[in-house]
Write a protein that binds this ligand. Structure first.
Ligand code: MIC
Ligand code: SF4
Length: 647
């Protein structure tokens, strides 16, 4: 028997079709799914449009954590739809206020060796538990909820070989920032980061989950840790000892690459504005005045993280000019902090206690003042994501955030007299299912009505791909365009269930005139084309970054390279991802140019190369349309929904 790494073991156990050649398409069985409310309403609507009577994964969990601000009826309408649809179709429903999907899933449902597909790019958080957990667009998750396989490119597996132990004041957040410094945010599509080596043993599951969570910022397929004695202990703490099984790479397992990392060499790190890949040392920022400090999110909202902040704050006061907020990752964590007195320490220090939800991280609350320096323990600091376009957001660990909140400026704690607190996980986290609603028995479900508020519509319909593409370059953007640029969240997040309204904001942060131009071209019968540089579609899994452009008549995106989840979303909504064969051709493409791809359908069907002609002189540009047969058929059908309903 061949020696296998952990990723291979799980893929082998879940293979439905395809082979294990790197780069080829593999179909795998999905054991568990998760959705959250910002992606989940559309995923649920798409699930309904497929005509299925119940979910097939166990569990399928529908979390509410993004849109919990409830200014106006939209959020609450979504919640009611999700709650009633969960009861009808057999999903577990997590009420708003219960906590953040990834933290809750880790505590309540994640199991070593299983597969998880989530409609959120930080689904790999469960990789800290030894799960193969991947983010995908809502439509892919809807298919998996219905029992369909998930298609992924057979990944290359890189081992991050950990040795040594972390030094005082250094934690898991610094480890993942170090990894980001080495790998950057682009060029890692199709890679799984598998952590191994003796250093693994010194990290608890919540530390591992911080690392796998923010691995998403490298653009990898997922990240995964072994399941060992620490995993068993954590499962015991959350009352699920039975779910434990050991999972280790075989001796002699092969890796496509090995990235050695000595934990003892890691220093306190920060990601500077405006990218998680813009990594610097905390020492280099020492003395920088700080206006706002926010501790929480799915990266650093664990018991360990908040307890660390509480210990640093104990008996001290937040600096007068600093606004400091703390958001626990789940109710269980909040209850544990309340019981052991840490909550009192936080409140006495003068923190604002925020809801157990995404909140500040997605920019729908706690936006800082104009030009502020905001220190956050979350995972993304894209320009404007905080809701304040001029803010300078730095991503740091809870200990660095807490020290800055006390001092009013960035501070390297290793230069102070303060001893680094040592945090131990509690023996158990309080049981808390009060805000989980489990589905009623199957016989009772059909009679439970799915209730829809006024903003819940049908998912928009797309036409099959046209025979000839004839249209215009609607916009030309640069490198590393994130889905936050394409489809802003924050104040716009509440329109997720209403595509015609949300589509008005496509590319709003980059070019507010985009939606109007695109709609006018669509209404005149033309086809929209987006032109971009490298790594188009970084960040979130939000399929609205493809769905809303589809609604506006976009038929193709021409770029130097694409990120995995976004490329899949484009295909799922019938938009062609076209890669430029000659990078220099990017220069010749400009906004407003006419573009044509003659015989598009026929050529795709015949597997012939596509020719793109642009501008008045019909300059020919070679583009590569690297699709599998299945993906090609999806695009031809006008998207995955049409394809699934047809087949
Ligand atoms: C994010 O962190 O950007 C989000 C909001 O959680 C997204 C999902 C979404 O846009 O709904 C993600 O990470 O996929
Ligand atoms: Fe929520 Fe932020 Fe995590 Fe996204 S990254 S799931 S918005 S906490």
């Amino acid at each position: 028997m061949m020696a296998l790494n952990i990723t291979e073991k799980i893929l082998h156990a879940h293979r439905v079709a395809g082979d294990f050649e790197p780069g080829s398409e593999l179909a795998i069985r999905i054991d568990q799914t998760l959705t959250q409310d910002a992606t989940g309403t559309m995923a649920m609507l798409q699930f309904e449009a497929m005509g299925l009577d119940r979910v097939r994964t166990d569990p399928a969990v529908s979390y509410v954590d993004h849109n919990t601000v409830q200014v106006g009826p939209e959020n609450a309408d979504d919640h009611r739809y999700l709650r009633t649809a969960a009861a009808h179709y057999g999903l577990v429903y997590s009420k708003p206020g219960n906590g953040i999907c990834h933290q809750l899933h880790l505590e309540r449902f994640a199991e070593p060796g299983k597969t998880l597909l989530g409609a959120d790019s930080h689904t790999p958080t469960a990789g800290g538990m030894g799960m193969l957990a991947m983010g995908a667009g809502g439509l892919d998750v809807a298919v998996a909820m219905g029992g369909g396989p998930f298609y992924l490119t057979m990944p290359r597996v890189a081992q991050v070989a950990l040795t040594g132990r972390l030094r005082p004041w250094v934690c898991a957040k610094d480890v993942i920032l170090k990894v980001l410094e080495r790998l950057s945010t682009k060029g890692n599509v199709g890679v799984v980061l598998e952590y191994g080596g003796p250093g693994v043993r010194s990290l608890d599951v919540p530390d591992r989950a911080t690392i796998t969570n923010m691995g998403a910022e490298c653009g990898v397929t997922t990240s995964i840790f072994p399941s060992d004695a620490r995993t068993r202990r954590f499962l015991g703490i959350v009352g699920r000892a039975d779910a434990w099984r050991e999972l280790q790479a075989d001796t002699g397992a092969r890796y496509d690459q090995v990235i050695p990392l000595d934990l003892a060499s890691v220093e306190p790190m920060a990601a500077a504005p405006h990218s998680p890949g813009n990594v610097v040392t905390v020492a280099s920022l020492a003395g920088m005045p700080v206006d706002q400090v926010l501790i929480g999110s799915c990266t650093n909202g664990s018991y360990r993280d908040l307890k660390m902040a509480a210990r640093i704050f104990k008996g001290r006061r937040i600096h007068p000019s600093v606004e400091c907020g703390v958001a626990p990752g789940s109710r269980r964590i909040l209850t544990a902090l309340a019981r052991d007195g840490s909550l009192g320490d936080l409140l006495d220090a003068g923190v604002r206690l925020l809801e157990n939800a995404c909140g500040f991280c997605i920019g729908n609350s706690m936006s800082p003042r104009a030009d502020a320096v905001s220190l956050r323990t979350s995972n993304r600091n894209f320009e404007g994501r905080s809701g304040t376009p001029s803010a300078q957001v730095y991503l740091v660990s809870p200990e660095i955030a807490a020290m800055a909140a006390l001092n009013g400026k960035m501070c390297d704690p290793r230069t102070t007299d303060l001893l680094a607190p040592r945090i131990r996980l509690p023996r158990s986290l309080p049981d808390d299912d009060a805000m989980f609603l489990f589905p009623p028995p199957p016989a009772e479900r059909a009679a439970m009505p799915v209730e829809r508020g006024p903003s819940i519509g049908e998912p928009p319909h797309n036409e099959p791909l046209p025979e000839n593409l004839d249209g215009e370059v609607l916009i030309k953007v640069g490198d590393r365009i994130t889905t936050d640029h394409i489809m802003p969240a924050g104040a716009r997040l509440k329109h997720r269930s209403n595509v015609p309204v949300y589509a008005q904001y496509v590319f709003e942060p980059v070019d507010p005139g985009f939606a109007g131009r695109a709609a006018a071209l669509r209404d005149a019968g033309g086809h929209g084309v987006i032109v971009a540089g490298e790594s188009y579609g970084q960040g979130s899994s939000r399929e609205h970054a493809a769905l809303c452009p589809m609604y506006l008549g976009v038929k193709a995106v021409v770029a130097l390279s694409f990120e995995r989840i976004h490329a899949a979303n484009l295909i799922n909504f019938g938009i062609l991802p076209l890669t430029l064969k000659r990078p220099d051709d990017l220069e010749t493409l400009a906004q407003g140019q006419r573009v044509r791809i003659p015989c598009l359908r026929r050529r795709l069907e015949a597997g012939e190369p596509l020719q793109l002609f642009a501008g008045d002189n019909d300059h020919e540009t070679s583009v590569c349309c690297c699709l599998t047969d299945r993906q090609r058929d999806i695009v031809l059908a006008g998207g995955l929904l049409n394809y699934t309903v047809e087949s």
